[in-house]
Design a protein around this ligand. Structure first.
Ligand code: ATP
Length: 271
């Protein structure tokens, strides 16, 4: 991990249980340095969304709870803070599925993202103009009703709305979902730009391992609620297991992903 920047977020061995009985996360630990992009990778149901929900304290709405471990933001324990209090401390989550307010225009959606701000109308206006610089497509579509914009524009709207809160860290859940590769590329490159120029930290949960590793600094791979591997994006993208199981670059004789993954992975990583 990059030791030059101190962790903005630290997750220490958390366990998450849904509905009092369903154990989903089994001792997940993460360290997210300030100013970095960290990818949470893994297949369907691995626990990526649950990890993000634990950090942004959105578990209660899903009848879930952190039952062990701790989560810190800048060294402060945050498990008992409400999502609104977390937004005020600069932590915002963009949920999977680009939840825009369908009947509002793009600009109304963006302004809704500034509702926790207390620094006045002109500061909000300034942020809006800055957000439009990063998302010129949204500026063009500012007066369109969100329901009538494309999937890519709605994803951009969801991210841009989160930025209106002036966050220091944004949790993005599956930003690539349902988008054409070219649009995914556009979204990720805006994220990278925001990271580099505005120093916004991102935690990105993604099934699109290839894209996520190209744009992030560090990655964690989750499987069945545990971290099975972590490393710099560069080291993960050249790792043979990651290439085979997550990047679809295994040898030609490889059987289907499902056939080989369970025993082979357990053998190599969980032995
Ligand atoms: P996906 O990419 O499909 O969203 P994920 O890695 O984000 O996958 P999670 O959504 O965190 O995975 O789900 C992890 C596990 O927790 C899954 O087995 C899922 O069925 C279960 N789960 C998620 N939400 C709930 C809930 N509200 N109640 C009970 N079980 C849940």
């Amino acid at each position: 991990m990059n030791n030059s920047s101190k962790p903005l977020i630290t997750v220490n061995g958390i366990e998450v249980i849904y509905s009092h009985v369903i154990l989903v996360l089994k001792g997940v630990s993460l360290s997210v340095p300030e100013g970095s992009i960290v990818a949470l990778l893994g297949g369907n149901g691995a626990g990526k969304t649950t990890t993000l929900r634990a950090v942004s304290n959105l578990l209660a709405a899903e009848r879930g709870a952190v039952t062990k471990g701790s989560i810190q933001l800048r060294g402060e324990r945050i498990e008992s803070l409400s999502p609104a209090a977390l937004v005020q401390r600069g932590l915002v989550q963009v949920m999977e599925g680009r939840h825009c307010f369908a009947h509002l225009t793009i600009e109304e959606n963006l302004l809704a993202g500034a509702y926790t701000r207390t620094d006045g109308h002109s500061a909000v206006k300034e942020t809006l103009e800055k957000v439009y610089q990063y998302f010129p497509r949204l500026k063009t579509r500012r007066n369109s009703q969100a329901a009538y914009t494309s999937g890519g524009e709605q994803q951009m709207c969801a991210i841009a709305r989160a930025l209106m809160a002036n966050p220091s860290v944004v949790l993005l859940d599956e930003p690539s979902m349902g988008l054409a590769p070219q649009i995914v590329e556009e979204v990720f490159s805006i994220v990278k730009d925001l990271n580099q120029r505005e120093r916004v930290t991102f935690i990105i949960a993604e099934q699109n391992t290839n894209m996520a590793l190209r744009y992030s600094d560090y990655g964690y791979i989750l499987e069945s609620g545990r971290i099975v591997m972590d490393g710099t994006a560069k080291s993960l993208s050249t790792n043979e297991d990651v290439k085979e199981f997550y990047l679809g670059m295994g040898g030609a004789e490889r059987k289907s992903f499902k056939d080989v993954k369970s025993y082979k992975r357990r053998k190599r990583w969980l032995a």
